[in-house]
Design a protein around this ligand. Sequence first.
Ligand code: NAD
Length: 424
Amino acid sequence: MSAAELKPAVQEADEWRTAQAQFDEAAELIRLEPWLREVLREVQREFTCTFPVKLDNESIRMFTGYRVQHNINRGPAKGGIRYHPDVSLNEVKALAMWMTWKCAVVNIPFGGAKGGIIVNPRELSLNELEHMTRRFATEISILIGHDRDIPAPDVNTDGQTMAWIMDTLSMHLGYSSPASVTGKPIEVGGSLGRIEATGRGVTITSVAALEHLGRNPHQTRVAVQGFGNVGSISARLLEEAGCTIVAVSEDYGGIHNPLGLSIKRVLEYRAREKTLNGFPGSQPIGNQELLSVDCDLLVPAAIGNQLTSRNARDVKAKLIVEGANGPTTPEADAIFRERGIFLVPDILANAGGVTVSYFEWVQDLQSFFWSEHEVNQKLKAIMTRAFAEVLNTREEKKLDMRMAAYVQAVSRVAAATRERGLYP
Ligand code: NAD
C-alpha cells in the first residue's frame, strides 16, 4: 500500500486542504511572488450566521449558514448557495476559491464566492424552506448585491430558491434587483439556457477532450455519478452527442446497463416514480461501484471527494470530466496522473454554469434579453476557447489539465491583484 493510501481519510477529504494544495502547486509552477501567494491562498471574507426559523408546527429551529468571498479583484464575487447536511466552513471556503479560478479560466469578470446552509432540505416543507431561505438572504444581505456578490443555485437549491432570495433583497431595497442573483426563473429575469448551462459545458469539454484523444463519441461509453441538474443534463446532452450512457446514480444508488440507458426514458421514469430504482432493463449499481464501472468516460457530477486514494486505481475510464466541484482528492489526482488518465478539471469542465450566469447578469443589467441560440452559441465559444487555452498551456508546460487550468487562472487573478496593488 502506498503512503497516499495510508493517509487518514479525514485529512484527504478536507476540501480546503485540497484547494490550498492545488493553489500552492500552481503558485510554485508560475513562481508567484511570496506576497501574492500569501494573499491568494486565503479567503478575503468569511461570514457565519446562526439564525432562527419558525417551523410549520410553530417550534423554532436554529440554522447555521455561511457566505465566503475568496477574491474580488477581477469583479464582483460570484458563486452558488448549497443546502446540505455536510456543509462546513472549510468546504465553503474551498468552493469560493475554486469559483475565483473558474471565473478566471473562462475569463469572465467575476471573483469567487460560495455560500451554504447546514440542512437536509428534504426534512423541511416548502413553506419552511422559503422562510429559511428568506431569513438567510436577509443575514447575507450585508454582503450580496448586483455589484458586490451574486449568488446562484448549487446542490439542493434551484430557480425557486433564487427567486426567493432576489425577492427578499428587492423588498429591502424597495425596488426589483434581478441582477443580484442568477439562475432565476425566466419570468423574473432569468436567462434562457441557464438551467442546462453547466451540463452543456460539461458536454462541450467532454467532446473536445474526446476529439483531442482521437476518440469518437459514438464509441464512447459514459458513467455519470449524480443525476441532479448537472448530472442529468450532462447525460442527456452526451447521449445527444452520440455517447452511450451505461450508468447513472443518485445519493441512494443507481442503475446500470452495459448496452446503454435511454436518458429520455430514465428522466420520464424518475419524474413518475421519484426514483431511478427499478428502471426497466437496468441492474442496480451502488454509488461507489459506479465509479469503477467499465466505461470510457466518467463524469462525477454529485458532490466532492468521491474519487480518493481508495478507489482511484479501480477507475476504468480513460477520461474523467469533473461536473461536480472537487470530486477528486489530490491523492487520487496523483494516481490518475500516474495512470495516464486524461482529466478535465472542475474549474474548466463545469464553468458553463457561471458563464451563463454571467450572461444572465449582463442581460438583467441591460434589461435586454437574448435568444437561447445566442446564449448557447456564446457559451460554446467561451468554453471551446478556454479548453483550447488550457490544452495549449498543458502542452507548452508539460502539465496535466488541472495544473494547466490553474496556471491560466492563477496568473490572471495574480495579474489583477498585482496591478491593483495594496490598499492602503
Ligand atoms: P443537484 O442538487 O441538482 O444534484 C445533486 C445530485 O447528486 C443528486 O442527483 C443527488 O442525488 C446526488 N448526490 C448527492 N449526494 C450524493 C452522493 N453521496 N453520492 C452520489 N450522488 C449524490 O446539484 P447540482 O447543481 O447538479 O450540483 C452537482 C455538483 O455540480 C456539485 O458539486 C455542484 O457544486 C456542481 N456544480 C453545479 C453547478 C450548477 O450550475 N448547478 C455549476 C457548477 C458546478
